[in-house]
Ligand binder design. Sequence first.
Ligand code: GLV
Ligand code: MN
Ligand code: MN
Length: 409
Amino acid sequence: MNVPRINGDRLWADLMAVGKIGASAGSGVTRTALSATDLEVKAWLLAQMGQLGLETRTDAAYNVIGRLPAGQPKRSGAVAVGSHLDTVPQGGRFDGALGVLAGLECLRTIREQSIALPHDLELISFCDEEAAHNTGTVGSRAMLGLLQPGELLKSVGQGRRSFAEALQACGKDAARVGEARRDPADFAAYLELHIEQGRRLESAGVQIGAVTAIVGIFRYLVTVTGEAAHAGTTPMPLRKDALVQAAPLFSLLPDWVQRRNPEAVGTIGRLEVHPGAPNVVPGRCQFVVEIRSPQREDLVALRDQLRAHAAAREGWQVETVLEKAGTPLAGALIEAVAEAAAGERLSCLRMASGAGHDAQSFAAAGVPAGMIFTPCRRGVSHHPDEWIEPEQAAQGCQVLLQVLLQQAE
Ligand code: GLV
Ligand code: MN
Ligand code: MN
């Protein structure tokens, strides 16, 4: 059989159209989960899915879902393809969007060429992959029953809404998020195309990554409480400056992490100082400590180091935000990606992912999950300069289509 071809120009046009939603000059794309721009992109996707004749819906966690029903005879278990359309603040055009729009392009190709598959195909754009409310991969974890009790209600920082509050403000009933949950047996497989977000592929001159595993991520909300005071009249020895008390940790964390494992990383990417005025000694500061490693033992050891540091000091409080272990992806799908790349005469590297992805939720729930990476320029991601070439998007999408069709065999 001739291999059906995706339409790379159409995929690129979609990437550019979606890249305008939430874009601002010089500041990249901001579509943080459940913001106005996120709702706009959800509406855009629903319209595209509708035009394609998919059965569309949003679920209780505000995942956007389009279904292309199976032909006859039908097998149980849908094959799902997806990623996310939310972005980090001032992010790029491809992180997440590539996977959703490539999925859309695959479904269009399948429809146009009247290919009947023996299983339902679902295209899913997951809600809040990017941790706008600190935890991340919320939609996919809600779908796979992996949320912790009370997780969505947790404080995110002063003046920020919890996921539940933001969801409610979007007109969904936050008390019913549990209804997004599905039986993992509903899915025969999950596939996701994504930009690599690192530079291994580009440096090696390789066109496709077959993802073997996804890194583990632990996150903690740390609050340090001191005493606010007048910044002009309070002598230095009398201060209880919360930021000064917290500061040594900011450079200790990189040390701890590097000593533990060169593959581990640690970041403090969100910091708030209260009350936050130039003439007030900080009375309290709050920040999120994130650690990542493929090895669970590293995460546990670094967490314990953080807790010990906090316990030895007055006014420190450490709250768990997320503890997600690293997850291997399905061996058969790793091989399917490598074979599909070979079929397209594209070079391929088997590699682990240092970024988190919705695929991890499926793998953790026991659904066979596979991921395809495309290189991105200089490995830049979570940044306005994130970039891939149209040809790279098309190559990744074509490999996705092949792996998708292979699931019917
Ligand atoms: C998602 O991009 C993540 O790795 O945090
Ligand atoms: Mn991201
Ligand atoms: Mn992503």
